[in-house]
Design a protein. Structure first.
Length: 367
């Protein structure tokens, strides 16, 4: 079942300036909308472009307010991950009578009671399943590369955490990222007291004076789950349940193989039998659509073809990846990236690291 949201779209901006990625936002009312982070590309003449769009002013005044939209809009995940179906500009026959009346007309009568209009067709497969937005008679601006570069410069001056719609990103890091963060924390801790000004037993002394255990003695996931009623006295049941679910997700002990959780079983050919992009892409779309329902995203770098992506999914991700069954309910997203398996990306990262090291006059190097 699809979610049709086109009549509620107010404005938006979508970018396909990096191959294999579509990013941007869609608003349903001022400061009320969704963030778009999809794998895939625009279709036809829009491929590789940035598009801005909005509906005519006469449709803005009669627009519902947040909280009064239908469930098809209200229940959309704030941050839409998944895979592009089709994003294109085309023409469409638009009824000039109520939809329920139009549905009962025969073909000839429908021609008399409709008109041809330009339509921006947006389709993707995300956490909420298939989403379709046919935005009728929009004002559309297609930005060229120079205009997009200027736009990128403007974005670079904004706070990275501010998406312009009041949304904040919740990102579930993978184990490798967690390890890297822990290493960074260790490095920071080494310089907390570079001059030895504080007694090493200060934490213990403060804890004893307050009647609380030092931080090192707090329970860890290995020693058992936290009792949130003790951590936050008077916590309400809904918040307590949410925190306990987050603990489960980050602990990882209840994760299940991704392929076990798919809504529908997929019949997928062996990777060696798929060697053409036109064959691989529909298969990739089917897999990423299922992953999105579990709140799992695959970020595909610009160097990977559809065939490369299918082979990676079949050989590495589907056989090995696990996820918590209720991850989607937490509104967090678990990411995998082809750049972790891409030789070109690895070479680019290595080159950037080398350029960041400046030579010293004595022949050494400094960061």
């Amino acid at each position: 079942m699809e979610l049709s949201i086109g009549e509620y779209v107010l404005s938006g901006e979508l970018r396909n300036t990096r191959r294999n990625g579509v990013f941007g936002w869609i608003e349903f009312a001022p400061d009320y909308g969704i963030r778009i982070e999809l794998t895939g590309n625009f279709s036809g003449d829009l491929a590789g472009k940035t598009i801005r769009f909005s509906v005519p002013d006469d449709r803005v005044e009669s627009r519902p307010q947040p909280g009064s939209f239908p469930d098809s809009v209200e229940k959309l995940a704030d941050r839409q991950i998944g895979v592009v179906g089709e994003i294109s500009l085309s023409t469409k026959q638009v009824p000039n009578v109520p939809p329920e009346v139009f549905a009962q007309l025969d073909v000839q009568e429908r021609d008399r009671h409709s008109q041809t209009c330009e339509c921006l067709h947006l389709e993707w497969f995300g956490q909420n399943g298939r989403v379709v937005a046919d935005v009728v008679s929009p004002s559309v601006t297609i930005l060229d590369s120079d205009a997009e570069q200027e736009l990128d410069n403007d974005r670079a001056n904004l706070d990275d955490g501010n998406f312009g719609l009041g949304f904040t990103e919740v990102h579930l890091e993978n184990e490798a990222d967690d390890a890297e963060l822990l290493m960074e924390d260790d490095e920071d801790s080494e310089v907390d007291d570079p001059y030895g000004l504080f007694d090493e037993s200060l934490d213990q002394s403060v804890a004893e004076s307050l009647g609380t255990p030092p931080a090192d003695n707090f329970e860890t996931p290995e020693s058992g789950p936290r009792n949130w009623e003790e951590v936050i006295p008077g916590i309400d049941p809904a918040t307590k349940e949410m925190y306990e679910q987050w603990d489960e997700i980050f602990e990882g002990k209840k994760d299940e193989p991704i392929s076990y959780l798919f809504d529908k079983p997929l019949k997928l050919p062996r990777p060696e039998l798929v060697d053409k992009d036109e064959v691989a892409w529909p298969l990739v779309t089917a897999i990423l659509a299922q992953l999105a329902r579990l709140s799992v995203a695959l970020d595909v770098c610009e160097h990977f073809s559809a065939t490369d992506t299918y082979h990676l999914l079949m050989s590495e991700i589907l056989p090995n990846a696990k996820v918590h069954p209720n991850l989607a309910a937490s509104e967090m997203v678990q990411h995998y990236s082809t750049s972790d398996y891409c030789d070109v990306c690895d070479a680019e990262y290595s080159s950037e690291d080398e350029e960041s090291i400046e030579p010293r006059p004595d022949g050494g190097s400094t960061d």
